[in-house]
Ligand binder design. Structure first.
Ligand code: SAH
Length: 246
């Protein structure tokens, strides 16, 4: 898939696109990534992309012309991407949205700065997406988070897709607890069953652990999750165990 980021700070994306899962996805051609510098679509000596706010004069606003010119230029070479404006006023991004976005052939993230973009750019935006109910100073870090989440769910990007399917929120459940070597550390041991090699038992144990964590940490997730027969059976087991402990 193609991903573009529209920004006035292209340098911020240099390390991001070289390392980790995103770096690998770009290197092995799963993601065709480019950064579009808004300053390349300005016509003054200072390459100005912001100006005073109409009405109050308080704060600076990103000018509309560079964004429109960037898109015109892009469309003269490519078909239309799905355009996302990173904005605290958008729908809050989640795993479901990451999966939905990963199905687009071409995704473009527009990063605002200052007070945000001139409202007229909304005419070219397909959706506004927020990282949460707080304000950061620019859309770049937000776009990086969105891109990491989207890249992770593109088949072939993460070595073992099962590990993505077990991630928290993928199926509206939290992930189970993970352990690595050593099997004993400072008197704390890795649960016996995980070392047993019995895959059927391990599977059941991990499902119960995911359900237990969801129940105690994020019970709200159960409201949107339809339990499978296997999950119902694991929940009953879990309740029985808890009942025995009482
Ligand atoms: N005045 C704006 C905030 C501007 S912050 C408002 O109150 O709505 C500057 C830029 O940072 C925004 O244009 C947006 O691109 C980005 N940004 C800030 N907080 C964000 C959030 N929670 N989610 C997504 N983008 C955000």
């Amino acid at each position: 898939m193609k991903i573009e980021v529209v920004t006035t700070l292209p340098e911020l994306f240099e390390p991001f696109t070289k390392f980790g899962i995103v770096g690998r996805a770009i290197q092995n051609g799963k993601v065709d990534f480019s950064v579009l510098n808004l300053r390349n679509y300005t016509h003054d000596a200072h390459r100005t992309t912001d100006d005073y706010s109409y009405g109050t004069g308080v704060g600076m606003v990103m000018k509309p012309e560079p964004v429109f010119e960037m898109l015109d230029n892009y469309l003269s070479r490519h078909s239309r991407p799905w355009v996302v404006y990173t904005s605290p006023q958008g729908e809050v991004f989640d795993q479901r949205k990451a999966i939905e976005l990963s199905k687009h052939k071409d995704l473009m993230f527009i990063c605002g700065r200052y007070e945000g973009m001139d409202e007229r750019i909304m005419t070219i935006v397909d959706e506004e997406l927020s990282i949460g109910d707080f304000v950061v100073s620019g859309g770049e870090t937000v776009a990086m988070v969105f891109i990491e989440a989207v890249a992770r769910v593109i088949p072939g990007v993460v070595g073992k897709y099962e590990s993505v399917e077990d991630d928290s929120f993928y199926n509206d459940l939290l992930d189970y607890g993970h352990y690595t070597r050593p099997s004993e550390y400072r008197g704390m041991t890795v649960p016996e069953i995980l070392r047993s090699g019995d895959h059927a038992k391990i599977g059941k144990y991990l499902l119960k652990d995911a359900l237990r964590r969801t129940m105690f940490k994020r019970p709200d997730l159960f409201l949107k999750h339809e339990l499978s027969v296997e999950e119902k059976a694991a929940l009953i087991d879990l309740f029985m165990e808890m009942h025995k402990k009482c």
